[in-house]
Design a protein around this ligand. Structure first.
Ligand code: BGC
Length: 249
């Protein structure tokens, strides 16, 4: 079963056709830089170009960097504020003429890791973090998603944690992983003290460099790098769209 998975990120809009049974990418991924400003029209047009690239005419799952409820975008931390209140799912459907499931990007990545990656078979409380332009979170209890958690925005030292500790901030400031890791470690300490997770999975752009910063982390909780790395968002979005179609059938 193949579904087109899309991942709308702060720096790129990526897509690939995904085999939802094993999470394999059936095609190489296609990426177009995210337009700035990241307005609804500009993003939807760019996403439609990614869809066209594949000549795709089936269902689409699309991870999006905001709270999404019933297709509607409710937050805009790293995108244009013009998104707030917009029915994003409908806009993507109109632009592509295809059925689209829109969901939070970290939730999508978490779904992929729980089904096919580092969280496979794991019960208890699992927190997936996507460390990229922002900090995305997906929370699972016994494998079941608690959707739309926004725990990247807890306050640390009077500031939004994402602004202090995301990979985007690290790159913008030109920090090495060694220089950034204490801030990220502090974030992990805080979030662990609030939730007491059994496992934290680190995904997003920073996951490819996990080995470079893992040794600086002192938090006493099991931590695993995402196995599907930065592709997890596309894969999980495709899985979620497939499962929605299966429920509706
Ligand atoms: C947004 C989240 C998103 C995360 C990762 C945050 O700024 O508030 O909704 O999941 O970035 O893209």
């Amino acid at each position: 079963m193949h579904i087109l998975g899309l991942d709308i990120g702060g720096s790129g809009i990526k897509g690939a056709i995904v085999d939802v049974t094993d999470g394999a990418l059936v095609t190489p991924r296609h990426r177009i830089p995210t337009p700035t400003p990241a307005t609804p029209e500009a993003i939807v047009e760019t996403a439609a170009l990614v869809v066209q690239h594949f000549g795709w005419s089936g269902p689409i799952g699309c991870g999006f960097p905001a709270v999404i409820k019933g297709g509607i975008v409710h937050t805009a931390a790293n995108i244009s504020p013009r998104w707030i209140g917009v029915n994003g799912q409908q806009m993507f459907e109109q632009a592509t003429g295809l059925s689209v499931l829109l969901l939070n990007d970290a939730d999508a990545a978490g779904i992929a890791e729980m089904r096919l990656g580092a969280g496979r078979g794991r019960n208890g409380l699992v927190l997936m973090l996507t460390i990229g332009t922002g900090i995305g979170t997906a929370l699972f209890l016994d494998g079941r998603l608690v959707p739309n958690t926004e725990l990247g925005h807890i306050e640390i030292r009077g500031r939004d944690a994402e602004r202090r500790a995301s990979d985007g901030t690290r790159a913008r400031k030109g920090w090495s992983y060694a220089a950034w890791a204490p801030r990220f470690d502090e974030y992990l300490q805080r979030i662990s003290a609030l939730l007491w997770p059994d496992l934290i999975i680190i995904g997003g752009g920073a996951s490819r460099d996990f080995e470079k910063f893992a040794r600086f982390l002192t938090v006493r909780v099991e931590i695993e790098p995402a196995q599907l790395r930065n592709e997890a968002g596309m894969i999980g979005a495709a899985i979620a769209a497939h499962e929605r179609a299966a429920v509706a059938a």
